[in-house]
Every structure is written in C-alpha cells, then in structure tokens.
Design a protein around this ligand. Structure first.
Ligand code: ZN
Length: 427
C-alpha cells in the first residue's frame, strides 16, 4: 500500500530546512494540478500590503504542515497502536487540509457565500487528479481523508494532529508567517514541542516537562493575531478588496456593460460556482481584473481598484457603532450628502480572538483543551497548571474599527465634509 520512492525527495524550506518525501503517494499528490494551484494563492491574502515579505503561498504552508505531521509520525511510530494506516491518513490530510482555499479566501467567502471547507471536500471527493491518486489506496480512502479534515473522522487522535489547539497547521503557520513577515514574536521552540508530544487516547498530549514550550507557543499565537493577522492596515486592504467584489457583483446584477467581460467571475456573481470554475481562480486572475477594472466607466469600481493596486488604502479610527449609534447615523447621512456612497466608503470591521480556552460545553466553538501528561500518567488541563496560560484563558478580545477614504473627505469643502471631518476628527 505504501510504495516507497527509490530515493527520498526533498524540498528546501526556509522554516523546516527540508521537507522530506518518502512515499510515492505523497509525491504524486504534490504533483497534481489542484495542489500545484496553491502556489498561486498567497497564504496571507492582503498582508503583503502591510508586511512586504508576506508573499508566501498556501503551497509552502501545506508542505510545512505535512512535514510536521511526518515528524510527529516518526515519534508516534514507537508507540503501540500507531500503525501505517494512521500514518498515511494523517500525512495526506495534513498535505491537503487547505486545498479548497481560493484567492483572498476571507473576502471571497463573505461576498459570494462560499466556504473553503466545502471546496476542500469537493477537491478530495470530486472528479480530480487528487481523488484519483488517493483512490489508489482504497475506494473509501478519499472519504477518510476528507473526514479527518472536516474533524468528523472516528479517529480523534489523527484529527487532533491536523486541528486542535496545538496542531500541525497552527504550528506551521505561526512559524512561517513570522518568518515571511519578518517579525520576531511568532517564534517558539517547535523541536521541543515535538519531542514532548505523545499519543493520548483521543488527542495529542504534552509531557508535563514541555509546559513552558507550550506556554511560549500560546503566547506567540496571541501576539501574531494582533500584530499580523488583525493588523489594521491589512484589514483596510481587505475592506477595499471586499468592496471591489461587492461592487462588481452589484454592477453585474444591474446589467452593467463591463469593458472586458469578467468571465472568471460570472458563476461567482450568480452564486453557483462549480468546482471546475473555482479551481481556475487564483491570485493572478483576481489581480488581472483589478488591473483592468481601474479603467472601467463606473467610478466606484475604478476608484476602489486604483486604491487597491496602488495601496491608497482607507484610514481608520476606533469605532463601535453599537455604542456610538448617533455618530454612526450622522456619519451615514453626511456621507450621502457629500456624494460619497457610504455602502462602499464607510465600513466598520471587527476582529476578535480567543487565544486559548479550556472545554466549555455548548460554547459557539467547542475547543478541545491541551492536556499535560503528569509523570504518574494522569492528565491535567493546561490552564490549571500554567499561570501564564490561565491569565489569558477564555479571554476574548474584540476590536472595532471604522474605515473611510480620508483623501476624499479632506478634498471636500462643503458643510457635509466639514461635519464628517469633525465627527472623524481628521484635518
Ligand atoms: Zn492551514
């Protein structure tokens, strides 16, 4: 079942140094066109407009997650019950866990009602090269891989390698995103964590002696969310991107005549995209349309595209419309009066993160906590042992910002723009 390559193949990788491939199955999956497409999808969407190094792809991240799982497998294979079937299943799921991500997933999913998890399932189960390679193992193997990724597979230990509060996915993206953005806070000692991981009954557990390495990992996650993933400038670019897609969709629905037919977007606009059409989308296709839409007749579409391409982003202030209802209404009216469409140019964006949580049944997202393995064999939930983790456990932080084009407002010299200036406190 697990045919080995005559000679091990390696990929040079800046995070793990080398990615090792020993099985023909893994090598062939990497060679499929659906997997190669991930080279053309940036891992961090619009983040490159804030941190210019963040040009790395979902391809490199997917290989990285595979490599971490491969190394965990090396450790686990010394334990009874961890057989070749688990090894194969976990490595394939690691490699393919993000294969349904499109370009700028976050904005596309919101505007066109998509879900990358659905597409991941379709790529694995549908009529694709990936499906053909997986079926060489057995007819039900693609379904097993899809179930591990969807977290519905019976083998919870295998699921926990790919998605839990300390999984290979997070470990790779924290290290990789820190490396490519050039920041120092995403770092933690992955060597140490891998060394103290053990297979528990239904999830990974960490030897008590590795607690401080895990604390470091939790803190690095906490910092990366606020310093990188929710960076207000990145969110500004994301807001503009969403509004471009939204505007193009509205124009399409109104029967607007585009100078260049956006054929790649038709089925998205109609919200009935097929897998085949979805797989044709990548960052370069999206950027192509943004480039040519700068010359469209529609002023809103051309202005937003020009802003995105030339990084003339929206400015922002802290603003929570729920607490500032009157100001929010007044801003809305004044934008209308000034001739600046608030549907596209006055946008509230909120981010929130929960760095770590212990198990709370019935919560919106039930999270499997991290368990420490005591020397006697007992398990203890991490926040009960670690003061550092306890301090941030269950603490959800939310942040609301209001985005707007300061240049438009500063140019204006009417009552409405003067009112907007004083409400937004810009001059
Ligand atoms: Zn991932």
């Amino acid at each position: 079942m697990l045919e080995r390559l005559n000679e091990e193949k390696v990929f040079k990788d800046p995070v793990h140094r080398y990615i090792h491939v020993r099985y023909r199955l893994i090598w062939d999956l990497i060679g499929t066109k659906e997997f190669q497409r991930l080279r053309r999808v940036r891992q961090l969407g619009t983040t490159y407009l804030t941190f210019h190094g963040a040009e790395h792809s979902r391809f490199s991240h997917s290989l990285g997650v595979y490599e971490i799982v491969r190394r965990i497998n090396e450790i686990f294979s010394q334990y009874e019950g961890w057989d070749e079937k688990n090894r194969l299943l976990s490595m394939c799921a690691a490699l393919l866990h993000d294969v349904g991500h499109g370009p700028f997933s976050h904005s596309f999913e919101k505007v066109f009602n998509l879900d990358h998890e659905d597409f991941t399932r379709m790529v694995i189960l549908g009529d694709t090269e990936i499906n053909k390679v997986l079926r060489r193992v057995s007819d039900d193997f693609p379904l097993q891989v899809a179930d591990v990724i969807a977290k519905t597979h019976d083998n919870k230990l295998v699921v926990s390698l790919i998605s839990s509060q300390i999984d290979a996915d997070r470990m790779d993206y924290l290290l990789r995103d820190a490396y490519f953005t050039g920041v120092s806070y995403g770092q933690f000692d992955i060597e140490r964590i891998l060394r103290v991981m053990r297979p528990g009954d239904d999830q990974i557990v960490i030897k008590q002696s590795g607690m401080h390495a895990v604390e470091d990992y939790i803190m690095s996650r906490y910092q990366m969310y606020w310093q990188i993933y929710f960076h207000p400038v990145t969110r500004s670019a994301e807001v503009i991107l969403s509004k471009i897609l939204h505007r193009a969709k509205v124009l399409f629905e109104q029967g607007y005549h585009f100078q260049h037919d956006p054929i790649h977007f038709y089925s998205l606009f109609k919200e009935n995209i097929s897998l085949e059409d979805f797989l044709k989308l990548d960052d370069s296709v999206v950027m192509f349309y943004f480039q040519i839409w700068q010359e469209e007749q529609d002023h809103i579409l051309s202005d937003l595209c020009e802003r995105f391409m030339n990084r003339r982003l929206f400015k922002y202030i802290e603003f929570n419309p729920m607490q500032q209802m009157n100001a929010w209404r007044e801003l809305h009216d004044s934008f209308h009066e000034a001739g600046i469409d608030p549907d596209y140019y006055l946008v509230v964006d909120s981010s929130s993160d929960l760095p770590y949580d212990f198990y709370r049944p019935g919560e919106e997202e039930e999270r499997l906590p991290i368990h420490l393995l005591k020397p006697g064999g007992d398990l203890r939930e991490l926040s009960r042992e670690s003061d550092v983790v306890e301090a941030i456990s269950g603490k959800k932080r939310t942040d609301h910002k209001l985005y707007f084009p300061a240049d438009f407002i500063l140019e204006g010299n009417t009552d409405a723009t003067r009112r907007i200036k004083s409400l937004l406190q810009i001059d």
